[in-house]
Design a protein around this ligand. Sequence first.
Ligand code: SF4
Ligand code: SF4
Length: 432
Amino acid sequence: MSLTDQIKAEARRLGFERVGIVPAGPALTHGYYRDWLAEGYAGEMAYLHRHAVPKAHATGLLSSARSVICLALNYRPPEPAGNAAAGAALRGRVSRYAWGGDYHDLLHERLERLAAFIETHAGGTVHRRGAVDSAPFMEREWAVRAGLGWVGKNAMLIDWELGSYLFLAELLTDLVLDYDEPPAAPRSAGREPRRDRGAENGGGAPALAVADLGLRESCGSCTACIDACPTEAIVADKTVDARRCISYLTIELKGPIPADLREGVGDWIFGCDVCQEVCPWNRHTPETREAAFLGNSSRAVPALPELLALDESGFRERFRGTPIWRTRRRGLLRNTAIALGNAAPTATPASAVTAIGALATALGDAEPVVRGAAAWALGRYGGTAAREALAGALATDTDPAVQAEAKLALAASPASGGPGAVTPHRGAALVD
Ligand code: SF4
Ligand code: SF4
């Protein structure tokens, strides 16, 4: 068995369902990436600008790179019991990739084991470097070139059998290996590289998008993800304006979620799966084989009032070592308040009482971004209790941004018609 075949067999043994290998070289769609940055689509993710230079070539990650081993692992968790309750009982939703433990830890550990195997079997020192999503590497382009799938209109890497609930990882090495040939697009499906982009691609040449690589793609005429996106974040084929994307808004954005996008966030409190849920290529895909990615209802559809009552130590205890850690307590509670506000139109009277109590308490939170979101959410309920709480914040909160939120919320909230004269409570049971 060749070394390449041994590496692939070991990768599969380590749990990677897909492995493909391509020679290291320039990233062919780098100009497209630079255009995407220039449009401002990265929002506040400054690290994506810093990554622009190393992303141009595989050697940006490993200077001696000769080969890129592309790997994919299916994380699709089974739907936990209680998921059907989402939306009906003040519950939020969490993107599936965050239902389990921190995937970075697991993938890096597997990459290390694969690297150790390669060193043993290559018979000498091997330079290598592993990468998992946040590294400066154009991982979807490389995955496509390695034959792992295509990039769908929702900008996700989609495998023809496994769908798109995939974690991608790469191992770069200075070994020369045998390379994969990705499936080519049928001749009739070929298209001209887009001409409206690419001044930065060198010599005025058009910037290649992944669709221009001449490889097989299978979205066809489907537009389900574009049509279903709650915030209209998919602005073109494979192009997501992160500033509108719920994943960015609930995870990466540090300040308040822009007012015009709050309703679209719905009940998502960490990430968003809508453009994957509607994708026909995810309809019949297998569940993950990894125990670490299995969810439960408290992770998949957590009770919102309970989350809003978390203090720092409660947050640490519940979310350390999980992907949700990234958004920190203040981000999670901001999102939770927004989701509670979005539950107002469908809340039962009892649920509304619970929500208003939790939100009124959150008006006393130490974080202005949480207080501001709570004020907005209270304005969605209206009624005596919500309005009294807002008036109190307007009179006592010293943060101008929170004051402004409270003022707007008071102006927008109905004086009656909400759940009525409810005294905001502290410390009572918060989930009905
Ligand atoms: Fe739209 Fe959600 Fe997909 Fe972002 S993750 S593009 S908000 S559907
Ligand atoms: Fe492609 Fe349709 Fe899936 Fe979007 S929903 S990625 S258009 S197949």
